[in-house]
Design a protein around this ligand. Structure first.
Ligand code: AMP
Ligand code: GLY
Length: 453
């Protein structure tokens, strides 16, 4: 593939930290001359000397406008790694136009945008997952729960709900009380799942992990794993968020577990989608949970996502040594068989800097000045990716919930998190409005340090 010509333009469809990480990775390619991001964000330009053009007035679902940019700007590759864009068929539209694209079609991406499809597909393919019941009316769920022994559940909207569609319930009565909450998801919640709550070991919460692979529809290449921290506050308390931080590599994932992830989950998912006429081309993300059974830890599927995780991508992708443009073109051409992925073997920790109040109301933080980002990113072994940050003449202002991400790297998770937190410690938001977790990577720190046992 070395004959690939230089001077290419890549379009990344995303506006957050995930998009910033992808922009940075494409910018490292010798084949890429400039990058366009829709909608993009103000800090996407900081990690590269190559031109980065953003379209803040557009959305990731602005299909006609994105097609128009592709034609006008002669875009050579589009990276679609955003759930809404996949679900409205952006990849299909780009393929029709004849633009090389990395990302699944609407049909393949259904594995994320319909939780009911995903679970029924799991049953057809014999993929380990929680048992569930699909409900088409509120009454159906209530009647079903009256026939079940009392236990904890998740009530889950079928469609996309900005990551907020899974409601925990500790008993049948709680689950019954939560069913009407599906109404707030409108169409996405008309059909919903009642799903049994998976327990890990001795009734405790199971340890979660995420796994990332590239697929061209048939072949699979493992990229890496991460551990997300979804709750808003330390010690996994508070509401679920889009992600408050991640670490890689997760030490719980032994070779044996990874073999079961590969054979029992990923291989079946990619082969199954192909067999069902939905070949999956892009990054597939498994959100998994470890459950103890018969003396071993087995991976169960909490969810599949048709994209990179955010902020998981920020610890996994920088460790990939391959050229992402080459990978993208190979996926678009439907042939990654000969691709050999190489990683740098480093540990990484990313800490999310959020507005105080996130994921609830953070309106009063909007427009407040953020101090210290330029100093934080100068620290050795640290990288900054922006999301909800406005840059006005080099000064930074809050403009969202998750604002920015600081990634530290090192030989171990302990070293990586020291760097990330050193960087975070010099960032402030006017009025004490910065919120971040102080315990990202705690599971593996506890594994590595005897005084936690
Ligand atoms: P989701 O929106 O499906 O990603 O779910 C959000 C979080 O809820 C997951 O990261 C898990 O921590 C938890 N969760 C979802 N479904 C289950 C389940 N069936 N058993 C245990 N935990 C779950
Ligand atoms: N960090 C979780 C997600 O991207 O869905």
């Amino acid at each position: 593939m070395k004959e690939r010509s230089v001077g290419n333009t890549v379009l990344v469809v995303d506006g957050g930290g995930r998009g910033a990480t992808l922009v940075n990775k494409y910018a490292q390619s010798e084949y890429v001359e400039r990058i366009i991001a829709v909608p993009g964000n103000d800090l996407m330009k900081i990690n590269t000397d190559k031109p980065v053009q953003i379209y803040p007035q557009l959305k990731t679902t602005s299909i006609p406008e994105i097609l128009e940019i592709c034609e006008r700007e002669g875009v050579n590759l589009v990276d679609v790694s955003q759930d809404n864009a996949v679900s409205v068929g952006l990849v299909d539209a780009l393929q029709e136009l004849g633009v090389p694209v990395i990302g699944p079609t609407k049909a393949a991406g259904k594995i994320e945008w319909s939780k009911v499809f995903s679970r029924e597909f799991g049953v057809r393919q014999g993929i380990p997952q929680p048992s569930f019941r699909v409900c088409y009316s509120e009454q159906e769920g209530v009647d079903f729960l009256h026939t079940e022994p009392d236990q904890p559940w998740f009530v889950k909207a079928d469609g996309l709900a900005e990551g907020k569609g899974a409601l925990p319930a500790k008993s049948n009565a709680e689950a019954i009380a939560r069913i009407p909450e599906m109404r707030r998801f409108k169409d996405a919640g008309r059909v919903y799942l009642l799903e049994k709550w998976l327990k890990g070991d001795a009734g405790r919460e199971g340890e979660e992990f995420s796994t990332y692979v590239f697929s061209d529809g048939e072949n699979i290449k493992f990229i890496g794993n991460a551990q997300d921290h979804k709750r808003a506050n330390d010690f996994d308390e508070g509401e679920n968020t889009g992600g408050m931080g991640c670490s890689t590599p997760p030490l719980a994932l032994t070779e044996g577990i990874m073999r079961r992830v590969r054979e029992g989950v990923i291989d079946k998912a990619i082969a199954g989608l192909n067999a069902e006429g939905r070949p999956y081309k892009g990054v597939l993300y498994l959100g998994g949970m470890l459950v103890s059974e018969g003396g071993q830890q087995n991976p169960y599927v909490i969810e599949f996502n048709a994209r990179w995780g955010d902020p998981e991508v920020q610890v996994v992708l920088p460790g990939l040594k391959n050229d992402l443009f080459e990978i993208g073109m190979a996926i678009a051409a439907g042939d990654i068989k000969g691709l050999e992925l190489e990683t740098d073997g480093k540990a990484r920790v990313v800490v999310t800097g959020a507005s105080r109040g996130y994921p609830g109301n953070y309106d009063t933080v909007k427009g407040k000045r953020i101090y210290g980002l330029n100093e934080a990113r100068k620290i050795d072994g640290v990288r900054l990716y922006g999301a909800g940050v406005k840059d006005v003449d080099g000064k930074h202002y809050a403009s969202g919930g998750r604002l920015f991400y600081l990634v530290g790297e090192g030989q171990t998770v302990i070293e990586a998190r020291l760097r990330a937190y050193e960087a975070m410690s010099i960032v402030f938001i006017e009025g004490n409005n910065l919120h971040y977790r102080t315990d990202i990577g705690w599971r593996d720190v506890a594994r590595l340090r005897s005084d936690y046992r």
